[in-house]
Design a protein around this ligand. Structure first.
Ligand code: IVH
Length: 674
């Protein structure tokens, strides 16, 4: 083998290893840019030596020609569906049936798994290579979506000989069918929809539809751009191999390099199963992807065999479904709400409805195009859904329940707050009020400036800001630094003590960091992370304000759109005056203490649980990684901190057992303070 050929093989092995660390173990040990560098080197070498490209090379995921239609695949073993249990009683009835069927009085061993909300697929590996990937179809015949599945990063193109700690080395069978779910994470789904709305394409209703739509593309380069993930949960046909239990099979499958959920557990008897069901019903939001129940499977293959299957579903498994996160209710009115950048968002006010345990009385309708597409009218009965920490939304109108004489809804052509004409900018789906002095925008900017991740002014809530702007006490956030105790105390329903607290909170906020201040300015397209990058890069506000387009664009992560937004913001005389007023009002900006902070989190492993208020879980994890720490989904002895929001149970208990420090979200914010 020549040197170059050996380098190619070496690079493939390294990239495969890093894929495994990232997608299967959720424990990457190189940065994204280091990974990209390896990948690019391999691409370059393969370009020079196309004769050495193999189908399992990581470069071969994308690039297949678009298809005219999908072919069919017949599943060797029928792909079954699952019977549902709608509550705990039905789970107990399932356990009774199993024990009766097996003639067992004692506890049966089950494997309990999250029920992933995506699409079932089957992957066939022949001599370790991925040869076919298909949808479930009618269970007997599915569609051949191999090209699309090859683009999903967590699906290995080749299996590797594994090693199971309890069982030793595990060679790969000559043929194995692997079944699992392809789904989209909540964060990726939101970003995808944002991109679609910007391009005036209809957004997907939920992550499941988005995953389905992505897999149904005839052009796999489109699928490749969608944030899809795969987790394996069953085996189909297999040659020269057999396992005694499902649990053992899953360990082995993981050792071959296939991703398996870390949340799968063996449970003895129905009581343990029910505990698991309750735990996940309570903690479902802590996962970055949607689950709609748990799947309970008999662990032993001998017992499965004895129980057998019905026509479409096995007798040995059941899906315990969580309470629905959808409900129908009535649209009582539609409000056009104005955000801090002037965007007008239609919000449906609903007759309060219980959606998966949370009372929902408002839902976003996104924009006029969305209202038109769904034809939502006042008085309509609609299906609403809540997905994770996402704002509830209207999925569809139940047309049969529409009252007589309803009218199509149109957003007002004048701003509902200041009365000025609203415009729809050419490249945007949203309508916008362009009056920067519009009270809604003024309020929004102040609120944003005072928010937790910006200046963190405690006690400055929505109502108070509303009052301050209405009475003319405050016109811009800079005015906050000139407020006197008497001014605040004179506001309606303001107790002297609260006024004093607010003044001292404003005072405390004066000493802040450049990053927080820049974020607080509310520059379009500059979120909290970019503000931090800018602060690190420029160190002083003055330097940032003087930067030109090229200088800004030379920064990693700053593209032309962001650079333009920053320039436009600082070129505006009024903005410059507000900034100067803040500084004259005593605001002091400390440069970022990046090095110490990195050191602070480096080598520390964080796990997040419960509902966080300031970030999605994914954002919190990204933050930890950016500061040099590690983030993981499951607790282990290696975990340093568990950050717990409300709605946690089991993780908290386990952290106690393992002696792991538990932090509140506030503690965490302080720790990462920039
Ligand atoms: S096992 C014979 N395990 O649920 C058992 N299915 O309602 C076949 N699903 O079509 C499926 N998570 O798309 C199994 N951990 C899991 C699952 C799971 C999600 C889906 C799958 C299946 C559907 C049945």
């Amino acid at each position: 083998m020549t040197r170059t050929r050996k380098t190619i093989e070496d690079l493939k092995r390294q990239i495969e290893y890093h894929n495994y660390q990232y997608h299967v173990l959720d424990d990457p040990d190189i940065s994204d840019s280091e990974y990209d560098a390896l990948f690019r080197t391999l691409q370059e070498l393969e370009k020079k030596h196309p004769e050495w490209i193999t189908p399992d090379s990581p470069t071969q995921r994308v690039g297949a020609r678009p298809l005219d239609e999908f072919g069919n695949v017949t599943h060797q073993l029928r792909m079954l569906s699952l019977e549902n249990a709608m509550n705990e009683e039905e789970l107990r009835a399932f356990d009774d049936r199993i024990r009766r069927g097996l003639g067992i009085k004692g506890d049966v061993s089950y494997v309990a798994e999250p029920k992933l909300d995506g699409l079932a697929v089957e992957l066939v590996y022949e001599d370790g290579l991925l040869t076919t990937g298909s949808t479930r179809g009618d269970g007997i015949t599915g569609e051949d979506i191999t090209q699309n599945l090859r683009t999903v990063p967590s699906i290995p193109l080749g299996l590797r000989e594994g090693f199971v700690p309890s069982a030793g080395s595990s060679p790969v069978p000559p043929l194995v069918e692997v079944r699992g779910e392809v789904f989209m994470e909540k964060g990726g789904f939101l970003r995808l929809n944002e991109r679609r709305l910007k391009k005036e394409e209809p957004p997907f209703a939920n992550p499941r539809n988005a995953a389905a739509g992505s897999l149904r593309q005839l052009d796999s380069s489109i699928t490749a751009r969608r944030p899809l993930r795969f987790l394996c949960y069953e085996l189909g046909q297999m040659e020269e191999f057999s396992f005694s239990t499902h649990w053992k099979a899953l360990q082995e499958v993981r050792a071959w390099g296939l991703p398996v959920s870390p949340n799968i557990e063996v449970k003895h008897g129905v009581d343990e199963v029910i505990q698991y069901f309750r735990k996940w019903e309570e903690e479902r939001e802590t996962l970055p992807y949607g689950i709609d129940g748990v799947v309970v499977k008999v662990d032993s293959f001998v017992q499965r065999e004895r129980l057998g299957i019905r026509s479409r579903s096995p007798r040995w498994a059941i899906a315990g479904k969580f309470k629905a996160q959808q409900a129908t209710t009535v649209v009582e009115s539609i409000e056009a709400s104005v955000g801090r950048t002037g965007t007008i968002t239609p919000v449906a006010h609903l007759r309060a409805a219980n959606v998966g345990g949370v009372m929902v009385s408002r839902a976003t309708l996104h924009n006029q195009d969305e209202i038109d597409r769904k034809d939502v009218r006042i008085g309509d009965t609609v299906l609403v859904q809540r997905a994770g920490d996402v704002i509830p939304e209207v999925v569809k109108v139940i047309r049969s329940k529409r009252p007589y004489r309803t009218k199509r809804y149109r957003l007002p052509t004048a701003c509902p707050v200041c009365g000025r004409k609203v415009v729809r900018l050419e490249e945007e789906a949203a309508m916008r009020c362009q009056n920067v002095a519009c009270p809604a925008q003024v309020r929004g900017r102040i609120q944003h400036f005072a928010s937790k991740l910006a200046m963190d002014i405690d006690g400055l809530g929505t109502k108070l800001v509303h009052q301050m702007v209405k009475t003319g006490l405050v016109e811009s956030f800079a005015n906050l630094f000139y407020l006197k105790l008497d001014d605040v105390a004179s506001l309606e329903r303001m107790a002297e003590k609260s006024a004093r607290n607010l003044i001292s909170a404003i005072d405390l906020s004066r000493k802040t960091t450049l990053a927080r201040f820049v974020y607080g300015l509310g520059i379009r397209n500059v979120g909290e992370h970019l503000a931090w990058i800018l602060a690190r890069e420029f160190k002083t506000l003055d330097a940032l304000m003087k930067a030109d387009f090229d200088r800004l664009e030379s920064i990693d992560e700053v593209g032309p759109i962001v650079a333009e937004s920053i320039l436009t913001f600082f070129a505006n005389e009024e903005n410059r005056k507000v900034i100067q007023d803040c500084l004259d009002g005593g605001v002091q900006l400390a440069p970022p203490e990046q090095r110490e902070r990195k050191a602070q989190l480096s080598n520390k492993t964080f796990v997040f649980t419960g509902a966080l208020q300031n970030f999605t879980r994914q954002e919190a994890q990204e933050r930890v990684r950016k500061l040099g720490g590690q983030a993981s989904n499951s607790l282990s002895k290696k975990t340093d901190y568990l950050v717990a929001g409300p709605g946690t149970g089991t993780k908290l208990k386990k952290a106690g057992e393992l002696g792991i420090d538990v932090l509140s979200e506030e503690d965490f914010l302080r720790m990462i303070e920039v």
